[in-house]
Design a protein around this ligand. Structure first.
Ligand code: ATP
Ligand code: MG
Length: 421
């Protein structure tokens, strides 16, 4: 017997009962982006593997063990994108979007990482991302944080999410700090797990991010990057905090928030929730002034964030949401009535463009058609029977309240319905 066909582990269908929440989130973000004057960019799902190695870095979880990499038919190494920033920068460089320009961009779509699937962690997941280019002040960092905050407020999630911020300073400051950190970790080398020992030379900052419980006390006591910063970096970070306070956004400073990638500088931040277990980070971002020249462009300041759509939808699922229901379901009997009903449905969609109108398709008794009308949650059934056809009328049956059935002239129907619901 042939094997049952099913989706790939960690890659999910988003079924019709869930898509309304996705649309709610995407629609709200779409509105926010419009309000702040951001333009959408759409990039391919597949890029050359080299792009991710050069941007995300060889010594990161993503590149070391999570990428879907394969050989194209002509032998090139390609990868499914594990995130959007690298692709966005590649696109910007390729099309000259950065040259003496300010860009405020956003994108959305699937990302791919070969991780162990669990609640809130999948192999195909979706991100909504923002990337800004050409602005070096803390105000643009505040702006992208405020955009996410505005989105939480629109969705009623603001009380469940907390903001953590940190600064990584400049790459020069980090280089000095790295030496201090490496010598500290060397003093405690026996406490470092295998991953951390490997990272000690390649990416020591990432060790601060370790979730290994056995290493926590030692990490807590490590020297802090904030103490190694120069005046400019300190001031930049202070400035951001002032902006956030003035805008009424609460935050905590988490000195262990490092985001592990070499191209980050100055501000990094994360929005987290305690109600999704270990997968509590729903949005993460920061400044990455180093990336564009790292990929061959002119040095360009950049700030961005990425939200995990599945995790946000999991949060939204914990709330009650009203799903929009159709206004009317048209039922009828006979061939002539069917043709009329099709016409009536189109007419109503012209006249009441903001309401759902469903035409019954297929046969069945009126009784079975009413059942279908009820099942889809329609407010009203519109009936085209013999009598109605003869008299150019429609009968309205109220499915959600006990009002008497009513027969009205067809040309008065839409005015009547526009006052309904
Ligand atoms: P984590 O520490 O949870 O692995 P990350 O640092 O790898 O997250 P980022 O690369 O910063 O994640 O991606 C931004 C956001 O995308 C995350 O905060 C999260 O909400 C979401 N995300 C990342 N990986 C996954 C995944 N495998 N499945 C679902 N959502 C994800
Ligand atoms: Mg990860």
């Amino acid at each position: 017997m042939s094997k049952k066909l099913q989706a790939i582990r960690g890659m999910h269908d988003i079924l019709p009962d869930k898509t309304p929440l996705w649309q709610l989130l995407e629609g709200a973000m779409f509105d926010v982006c419009k309000q702040y004057g951001y333009s959408e960019i759409r990039m391919p799902l597949v890029e050359s593997t080299d792009l991710f190695c050069r941007s995300i870095g060889e010594v990161t979880d993503i590149v070391e063990k999570e990428m879907y990499t394969f050989e194209d038919r002509n032998g090139d190494s390609l990868s499914l994108r594990p995130e959007g920033t690298a692709s966005c920068v590649r696109a910007g460089l390729e099309h000259g979007l950065f040259y003496n320009q300010i860009q405020r961009l956003w994108y959305q779509g699937p990302m791919f990482r070969h991780e162990r699937p669990q609640k809130g962690r999948y192999r195909q997941f979706h991100q909504i991302g923002i990337e800004c280019f050409g602005m070096s002040g803390a105000e643009i960092e505040a702006e992208v944080i405020l955009m996410s905050y505005r989105l939480w407020k629109k969705l009623g999630l603001e009380s469940e999410l907390s903001l953590e911020i940190n600064t990584l300073g400049t790459s020069e400051e980090r280089a000095v700090y790295k030496e201090t950190l490496v010598s500290y970790f060397n003093q405690h080398i026996d406490q470092l797990d295998e991953d951390s020992q490997r990272r000690l030379t390649a990416n020591p900052l990432r060790i601060l991010d370790s979730k290994n419980p056995a290493m926590q006390t030692m990490i807590e006591a490590a020297p802090r990057l904030v103490d190694a910063l120069g005046d400019d970096s300190r001031e930049h970070f202070e400035q951001l905090q002032t902006y956030l306070k003035a805008a009424g956004v609460g935050f905590t400073i988490n000195p262990r928030l490092v985001r592990g990638l070499d191209y980050y500088s100055h501000t990094v931040f994360e929005w987290t929730t305690s109600s999704l277990g270990a997968q509590g980070t729903v949005c993460a971002g920061g400044r990455y002034d180093g990336l564009i020249d790292q990929l061959g462009g002119k040095k360009t300041p950049a700030v961005g964030l990425a939200m995990g759509v599945e995790r946000l939808v999991l949060l939204l699922e914990q709330h009650e949401w009203e799903v929009a229901k159709p206004l009317a379901y048209i039922v009828y009997q006979g061939d002539e009535a069917r043709a009329k009903a099709l016409q009536l449905a189109e007419q109503l969609r012209d006249e009441l463009p903001n309401h759902g109108v469903i035409l019954h398709c297929g046969g069945g008794s009126l009784k079975s058609q009413f059942k279908k009308a009820d099942k889809v949650g329609a407010e009203l059934a519109l009936i085209l029977g013999e009598e109605e056809i003869k008299e150019n009328t429609v009968s309205i049956k109220f499915l959600r309240d006990s009002k008497e059935q009513q027969q009205v002239p067809q040309n008065e129907l839409s005015t009547l319905l526009s006052n309904y619901g």
